[in-house]
Design a protein around this ligand. Structure first.
Ligand code: SIN
Length: 545
């Protein structure tokens, strides 16, 4: 990978946005002289160029633009030299070629992690804590550059990318503190001369498989507690967004986390997954991604009886009652629905609105959705609501399929409903009304910027509709009635419930789902449990000398 490619990608992205901005300037100021416009264009282009040069220089000097795998502290190509391309979803350009690794590299990464476990798990908790905190500090120091990497390979707006670095880094900070709070127990014996103890010990090597929608935060949410407990890891990031993972891994080395504790392989996903599943040295697998892949991993883990943590698909209901504050509800649903272009497992997927407020909410919500700006993630770092491209063509085709299905079955497009005029994988923010439970939009996650609205009459009906799903990750309720908010929180079959607030994920609270949305919890003090084994120790004959 060369920085010139990265610089070119940033430059092309920015010039597309620039061009569209300037087109607008041109339309709005037709009467301005041509010469003035040209001067404006060249001075804007000049300042962009120098900004890009400093971005490139910073990335280069910090060594953060890594494009090889990391095994035992060594940056490594695929053993057979094969590579895969990483694309910028906003313009299709190739940003980097990374190794197409497979079973052999994965086995070596597992061996490195296994060897490193022996010493890493023996460090004092305070020592591990200090290194995790250093990693947190380095990520925070480099948040602008790594944020740019996220926008380059994932497409989300730069402001959201930098927000993801803060979010992702917060897990390292939090678990650096939790590292020091792993306590065992002493149990009263049932036989007088015995002493009973419970020890908590790290599970061992962990296989960490992460998705493209949060290229950093889904890694740190798993790796931070794993390392805090004394485990070591083999990370397989999504092949669509490996560069952020590699930059984070580079910083782990700079933070003093010893070689072999953090390993990164990528490429042939099924072969890497199979190698992790087959290894008896890997004691646990943790995965965020689709329910379909999660089920395969769970089945595959049975062969070696590995522990499994799964954070799988959602189908989040957002329930707006007549007594809600409409402004609060609109703001909450917009933020949840259009964050990351609707590509999160907790995105509002079914917006249930009580009849008395349905029309008012629909109008206010559509107006807010209409005000969303769409464009290259580098374009508008400061816009309040801004939507980037979808990750790839398959994602757009899925959105189109769900929309066709809903329209055929009687739903009405209120806003958007088609690809954006910017082309590529940009899609118009879409609002679709009168959705019902026969439609794909109700049954499955659309994972795109489509907001389906459904009317309901009673609280009981809303609970029935909301719980009519195999998924059970996150739900949200908008109401000013405190009793109702509590009744709903208890009745909803979801692992997380927001009341009058949709962006509820934080490092200090347990993130995870019930039903087919997964197993285990990430973040918070509970996030440590998934990486610890309990060991019962009985000391007998304690009355002797
Ligand atoms: C996810 O989409 O799985 C993660 C969303 C979040 O952490 O907010």
């Amino acid at each position: 990978m060369t920085m010139t490619v990265a610089t070119r990608a940033i430059a092309t992205a920015r010039s597309a946005v620039r061009a569209s901005r300037l087109r607008n300037v041109f339309t709005a100021q037709k009467s301005q002289s041509h010469a003035l416009l040209i001067r404006q264009m060249s001075s804007e282009a000049q300042s962009m160029r120098s900004e890009e040069q400093s971005i490139a220089a910073r990335l280069r000097s910090s060594g953060l633009f890594r494009s090889q795998g990391l095994i035992g502290g060594q940056w490594i190509d695929a053993y057979d030299g094969r590579t895969i391309k990483v694309h910028n979803p906003a313009n299709g350009e190739v940003i980097a070629n990374v190794p197409l690794m497979s079973k052999r590299e994965t086995d070596d990464a597992i061996t490195s992690a296994y060897d490193a476990f022996k010493s890493w798990s023996k460090l004092t908790a305070a020592d591990r804590s200090n290194r995790l905190r250093k990693w947190y500090q380095l990520l925070t120091t480099h948040k602008e550059q790594i944020g740019q990497l996220i926008t380059l390979e994932q497409g989300k707006p730069l402001k959201e990318s930098v927000g993801e670095i803060n979010y992702g880094a917060s897990f390292l900070e939090f678990f650096s503190e939790e590292a020091k709070r792993v306590y065992g127990d002493i149990i009263s014996p049932t036989i007088a001369d015995r002493r009973l103890f419970v020890l908590k010990q790290p599970v061992g090597v962990v296989g960490v498989i992460t998705p493209w929608n949060f290229p950093l935060a889904m890694i740190t949410r798993k790796v931070a507690p794993a390392l805090a407990c004394g485990c070591t890891v083999v990370i397989k990031p999504s092949e669509l967004t490996p560069l952020t993972a590699l930059a984070a891994a580079e910083l782990s080395l700079q933070a003093g986390i010893p070689p072999g504790v953090v390993n990164v392989v990528m490429g042939d996903a099924p072969a890497i997954g199979d190698a992790i599943l087959a290894s008896t040295q890997v004691r646990k697998i943790t995965f965020t991604g689709s329910t379909a892949v999660g089920k395969k991993l769970m089945a595959g883990a049975a062969g070696t009886v590995k522990r499994v943590s799964l954070e799988l698909g959602g189908n989040a209901p957002h329930i707006v009652f007549d007594d809600a504050d409409v402004d609060v509800a609109v703001k909450g649903v917009i933020a949840s629905k259009f964050r990351n272009s609707g590509q999160t497992c907790v995105s509002a997927n079914r917006i249930l609105v009580q009849q008395g407020i349905y029309e008012k909410f629909c109008n206010a919500f559509s107006k807010a959705a209409q005000d969303l700006q769409v464009g290259d993630g580098f374009g508008e770092g400061v816009a309040q609501f801004f939507q980037g491209p979808l990750i790839n063509e398959a994602a757009v085709q899925k959105v189109e399929k769900f929309l066709r299905d809903a329209i055929t079955k009687g739903a009405k497009v209120v806003l958007g409903g088609k690809r954006h005029s910017l082309g590529m994988t940009f899609f118009e923010p879409t609002v679709i009304a009168d959705v019902n439970s026969d439609m794909l939009l109700f049954r499955e996650e659309v994972f795109g910027p489509v907001a389906p609205l459904l009317p309901f009459r009673t609280e009981e009906e809303a609970i029935g509709l909301a719980n009519d799903a195999n998924a059970g990750l996150a739900a949200c309720v908008y109401t000013n009635n405190i009793q109702r908010s509590w009744r709903m929180a208890e009745a909803l079959e979801y692992g997380m419930v927001g009341v009058n607030e949709s962006l509820i994920a934080t490092e200090v609270a347990p993130f995870g789902g019930i039903k087919q949305s997964g197993l285990g919890r990430e973040g918070s003090k509970y996030g440590m449990d998934d990486y610890l084994e309990l060991k019962y120790v009985c000391l007998g004959n304690m009355d002797g000398n």
